[in-house]
Structure formats: C-alpha cells, structure tokens
Write a protein that binds this ligand. Structure first.
Ligand code: NAG
Ligand code: NAG
Ligand code: NAG
Ligand code: NAG
Ligand code: NAG
Length: 287
C-alpha cells in the first residue's frame, strides 16, 4: 500500500516524539538509579495511629527481654489467654533464665458484643496480669491486619532491645525452646528474615462463605504471593521496624499473613523462610 506524504510526515513526527520521550525516561531512570528513593520517604498510605486503651511503654526496659512472645487475641478470648498463660508458653516466660515475656494484643470489643462488660473484664485482666496491649480499633476478624500492624508498631517503638519476636495465635500448642535455636542459627547468615510455615502458589478464597474470602476487587491476581501462615512466625526484633514501615506504605489486603509476609516483607527485602520446627496446629475448642 502506498503512503501519502502527509502520512509519512506524521509517522516521522510520531517516531521523533516517541524517541524524545524514551530518552527523557531513560535519563530520568538513570538519575533515579544513582540516588534511589529510600522507601521510608515514600508516602504513608495506611496511617496506623490508633490510640492505646492499655499500654505499658516500659515493659521491655524494666526487665531484660530477649525473646518476646506476641499473641494476637480477640477481645473476649479470656479463656484462651489464660490457657496460654498456664501452658508451655507461660512456663517458658516464667523461667527467668530465658529472659522472655508474653504480651497479648487486643482491639476494642465490637459493638456486637457486650462491649462495656467485656472492656471492664479486660481492664481487670490488664491490672492483674500486666500483659495486655490494647488499641482502639474494632476487634473483629476482618481487622486482623490492623492487629498485626499494631504488634509491629509496638515492638518497633517499645521493644527494640529484644532479640527475637515469636508471634503465635492464642490457641496453638508449641514448644518455644525448640524455636529459639532456629532463629539464632538463621541470624548468623541473615539480618532480616521471617521464619514460619511457607505456602507457595496458594490461591485466594473466592467463595463468599469462606472465612478467608477475598474479593477479586481487593486482590485480582490468580495466586497469592509466597507467604508464611500467621499462626506461628519468628523474626528478629529489628525486622519488626522494617515490616512496620512497609505496612504503612504497601496497599493493604485484609488477610494479615499474606499481607505482612507476602507483600510487606519483599517490599523491604525481608527474606521469608520455612522451618519444620515452625509447624503448629490449632487446638480444638474442646481441648
Ligand atoms: C497520621 O495521623 C496522625 C494523627 O491523626 C497525624 O498527626 C499525622 O499527620 C498522620 N500522618 C500521615 C502521614 O498521614
Ligand atoms: C529453666 O530453663 C533452663 C534452660 O532452658 C532449664 O535448664 C531449667 O531447668 C528451667 N527451669 C525450670 C524451673 O523449668
Ligand atoms: C451479653 O450479656 C448477657 C448477660 O450477661 C448475656 O445473656 C448475653 O448472651 C451476652 N451477649 C453476648 C453477645 O455476649
Ligand atoms: C521442647 O524442645 C526442647 C528443645 O528442642 C526439648 O528439649 C524439650 O524436650 C521439648 N519439650 C517438650 C515438652 O516437647
Ligand atoms: C532492597 O533491595 C533492592 C535491590 O538490591 C535495593 O535497591 C533496595 O534499596 C532494597 N530496599 C531496602 C528497603 O533495603
């Protein structure tokens, strides 16, 4: 097909335009390559500035704490918290040679519960045990990302002197003594990492009745990124600060484990690892 002069001229103009833009973009990326923007100067898009209902800012400075166990717990889970205190985790933190402590992280009771009564019981529990950190976001399962960020925020603000953090659900049975050596061994070759049970090529639950339902709108991709199951995860306390800063900047999805270990960790180059010691099972409600 023959082209008119006008068409040729237009094509040449287009080519010149494209190459000018390409050159500018190359120059721009080169200059950016020389001085990469540090991630912490990127905008905060998830400002986590909830007030504390219960806090203990000196918790980690009063005592020497090397191992901090953090346990996300639903506001009304009084029994599960007591079971954890009475179980092997409680035994581990009671043993002074371990320099360990355990803290429970709560939101505020939901309006669908007996809000006032539950809060009064939490106030009492906090007074008796001194192991409750509570922020004023609504404590519902859909807010589990906020609770995870609350833990990262608290550690990076008030417990930077700890060596390792072990995050466990309130209803699992585990042996902390066997996890600490895994963390120590890994820290010899990596500064920032998370260890747990890694899932690769997992897919989002698309059934609206699933507890873990994720809409296409919230997460359009077919596969989830590699991530660690939230129930049992360990990391150096210094890694918490990186994850917290990432969580202020990475577009959120509600499932906290996929979000923190699958999306925030790679954003700040935190390696995620599997280890067989980090297997766990939820206890049945009866046990
Ligand atoms: C986060 O929220 C606090 C309190 O509302 C506010 O002072 C601060 O400017 C906010 N920061 C950003 C980055 O939006
Ligand atoms: C405390 O832990 C140390 C070291 O793990 C162990 O040797 C000791 O038996 C424990 N003490 C108690 C009372 O369990
Ligand atoms: C609220 O408290 C009342 C009285 O103690 C009790 O009967 C009811 O089951 C409670 N409701 C919830 C949702 O916990
Ligand atoms: C917990 O793990 C430690 C270290 O691996 C081991 O010595 C101990 O026997 C274990 N305790 C239980 C109750 O399994
Ligand atoms: C992550 O690694 C990349 C590539 O090495 C580097 O450009 C970036 O600055 C690192 N980010 C952080 C937060 O360390």
């Amino acid at each position: 097909m023959l082209c008119s002069n006008q068409e040729v001229a237009r094509a040449i103009a287009l080519l010149i335009g494209v190459s000018v833009i390409t050159t500018m973009m190359t120059l721009l990326s080169l200059s950016m390559g020389r001085e990469p923007t540090p991630f912490w100067s990127l905008p905060v898009i998830n400002n986590h500035s909830f007030a504390y209902i219960h806090n203990d800012v000196d918790f980690c400075t009063r005592n020497k704490i090397d191992i901090l166990l953090v346990v996300p717990s639903a506001a009304a889970n009084f029994v599960k918290r007591q079971t954890a205190r009475d179980g092997s985790r409680g035994e581990y933190v009671q043993n002074a040679t371990n320099h360990a402590a355990m803290l429970f992280f709560l939101g505020k009771p939901s309006v669908n519960e007996n809000m006032t009564t539950i809060q009064q019981e939490i106030d009492q529990e906090a007074k008796v045990f001194g192991d409750i950190i509570q922020e004023d976001f609504e404590d519902v399962y859909k807010n589990n990302r906020l609770k995870s960020v609350a833990m990262l925020r608290w550690i990076s603000k008030y417990c930077t002197s700890a060596k390792y953090v072990i995050r466990t659900d309130d209803d699992i049975g585990i042996n902390i003594s066997s996890l600490v050596p895994v963390l120590e061994r890994t820290a010899r070759s990596l500064d920032n990492f998370m260890i747990g049970r890694k899932l690769v090529n997992d897919v989002p639950a698309r059934d609206v009745n699933s507890k873990y339902y994720m809409s296409l709108r919230e997460y359009p991709k077919r596969n989830l990124p590699p991530y660690l199951l939230g129930g049992l995860v360990g990391y150096p306390a210094s890694t918490a600060k990186l994850l917290y800063e990432a969580a202020l900047r990475v577009k959120p999805i509600w499932l906290e484990d996929v979000y923190i270990s699958g999306m925030c960790a790679p954003y700040v180059n935190v390696t995620i690892l599997s280890d067989p010691e980090f297997t766990f099972q939820h206890k049945s409600p009866a046990s």
